[in-house]
Ligand binder design. Structure first.
Ligand code: MSP
Length: 532
């Protein structure tokens, strides 16, 4: 059932471990999904954007016990921190799912029961190397590399056997390879796809999907019980992956499936590109169209870690937003982030360089030049181009169509930096146009005023479109630019309407325009970075 006749777009983020506090990694994954969601709304889609928290980790119950809280109290407190962070970043998710909610746990129980009934989940023996000092199994490789001692404490590992429920992953090896081959954009970027294919070809083994309940631990009752066996809890990763279904598996939402994109980080690719699709195949559910795995942020050339204390935590992000505007931060993250196969450096000098080049000297300066000239020569009223759309070598409707096509091509490839660059290029062209036609010189002779009017109308109209197409990345500043240009209507959900040159939503001669303060004040490269 569809509720609208618009095409649907369902995009998700990973659900975040609730034991942690939000940091740049979580915010970046969510920002990527937010920017994509906003772009697809502009393109007229009926977008459903999901984020949330992953709450059934054993650590949640142990930390809660240490703090004298119940696990759910501790989880709720931290889930709130994620919700607040995402709200202050202005994210536009339609729902925030928590894996401790009944709507999720009930569905997971059903999915697992269905997998048991088809024989895709079975009871078997798990043999592995157990690190008693960390209470976890380590893989055969890790055990061997560490001489069968704990990689953390050096204590000897124990070989343990336990009964576990397994998912028959091995059965789906060929089907997965076939699907990945037949759908080149199933795993993006391409480097990540090759990695996955290489690993699948080494052979797939069945994977445990449960953990035995140990009544002596604080987490004995934390998690979802296996439907057929209350002495086992569903393994947290299996529980978590199902959020993408449980959130929309209702009569009013199931039309959003299959998901268009699961945005994730490269560290969690295997679960998303192999285990999740295989479980969906076992359940005869269509696969998501794309798993997009971004790389990682590092900071000033070094990996971020708790031990180095160099994490860009949420307070640091807020310090940047307060000092330079939230949209400047978003713009930097989205255009210079780890969107492709390689990690990206959050270097302060780079941040300043990008903000100054693209925003302060780029669109910010273009808007200020154009609104200043309109104020000076036309008394702040939108000038009349008298039907002229081309001046010298600049054919504006053509320029706009070309840039719009580039935005759309980039979106089709999930290339968000490319889409943003294509939108910003319009404002760069405005700059070049002003430089080339020099309206400030022409205006010295009154006889030229009709030409100056046409030039400045072209500039302002092009900036309207540029700002609108940039709005997914810089939503607040885009609104500000539009307000200065005299546009107060909501942004239309249609690229045709947005890009129609001097069309129904275009600038109207005579409308009032304002100059305002600098939109993106130039940042002093020598100033100290802001601290939280
Ligand atoms: N709970 C699991 C996901 C379950 S999804 C069914 C999880 N959570 S997480 O909180 O640890 O991480 C979530 C995301 O943050 C991952 O996509 C991860 O890649 C991202 N990041 C964590 N640190 C990061 C950077 N330094 N840079 C960019 N993103 C990174 O994994």
């Amino acid at each position: 059932m569809t509720t609208t006749d618009r095409p649907e777009y369902y995009i998700t983020t990973p659900i975040y471990y609730v034991n942690d506090a939000p940091h740049i990694g979580h915010c970046y994954s969510t920002l990527v999904a937010d920017v994509a969601a906003r772009f697809h709304r502009l393109a007229g889609k009926d977008v459903f954007f999901l984020t949330g928290t992953d709450e059934h980790a054993d650590r949640v119950a142990t930390t809660a016990a240490e703090r004298g809280l119940t696990p759910i109290q501790w989880a709720t407190q931290n889930a709130e921190a994620f919700k607040n962070a995402f709200e202050s970043l202005g994210f536009t998710h339609a729902d925030f799912i928590r894996t401790t909610e009944d709507r999720h746990t009930e569905k997971v129980t059903q999915y697992i029961a269905a997998l048991e009934s088809t024989g895709d989940i079975y009871l078997g023996d798990y043999v592995g190397w157990y690190d008693t000092s960390q209470d976890e199994y380590v893989t055969e490789n890790t055990a061997r590399e560490n001489d069968y001692k704990s990689p953390v404490t050096g204590k000897p590992l124990e070989k343990r056997t336990e009964q576990n429920y397994f998912f028959r992953l091995s059965k789906y090896e060929k089907a997965l390879l076939d699907h990945i081959e037949a759908n080149p954009s199933f795993i993006l970027p391409a480097a990540r796809r090759n990695e996955v294919v290489g690993r699948i070809k080494q052979g797939l083994q069945d994977v445990p999907v449960s953990r035995a309940v140990d009544p002596s631990t604080p987490y004995a009752d934390w998690g979802i019980k296996m439907p057929s066996d209350p002495n086992h809890r569903v393994y947290i990763w299996i529980d978590a992956l199902f959020n993408y279904r449980s959130a929309i598996d209702t009569p009013d939402r199931n039309h959003y499936w299959p998901a268009d994109v699961h945005v994730i980080g490269k560290d969690i690719l295997w679960f998303h590109a192999v285990i999740w699709p295989a479980m969906l195949m076992a359940l005869s559910i269509d696969l998501p169209k794309c798993i997009y795995a971004h790389s990682w942020w590092i900071r000033e050339g070094r990996k971020m870690s708790k031990s180095l204390g160099n994490f860009i935590d949420f307070p640091t992000m807020q310090a940047y937003a307060n000092e330079y505007a939230l949209d400047t931060l978003k713009y930097f993250l989205i255009t210079n982030g780890p969107a492709s196969g390689t990690d990206a450096d959050f270097a302060h000098a780079k941040f300043v360089e990008v903000a100054n080049a693209d925003l302060a000297n780029g669109i910010g300066n273009a808007v200020s030049r154009v609104t200043n000239m309109i104020n000076k020569y036309f008394d702040g009223k939108c000038p009349d181009p008298n039907g002229i759309t081309q001046h010298e070598s600049y054919n504006w409707p053509e320029i706009i169509n070309k840039q719009r096509a580039q935005v759309e091509d980039a979106l089709a490839k999930f290339d968000l930096p490319g889409a943003v660059r294509a939108a910003l290029e319009i404002s760069n062209q405005v700059d070049a146009y002003i430089h080339h036609t020099a309206p400030f010189k022409l205006a010295k002779d009154e006889a030229n005023l009709p030409t100056v009017a046409a030039i400045l109308y072209h500039c302002a109209e092009a900036l309207r479109i540029s700002a609108t197409l940039l709005s997914p990345a810089i939503p607040e500043k885009a609104r500000d630019i539009l307000a200065r240009l005299g546009v107060t209507d909501p942004i239309p959900n249609s690229l045709d309407a947005i890009c129609a040159w001097a069309g129904a939503g275009g600038l109207k001669p005579g409308d009032h325009m304002t100059k305002g303060d600098a939109l993106f004040p130039r940042i002093d490269p020598d100033a100290e970075p802001p601290v939280a």
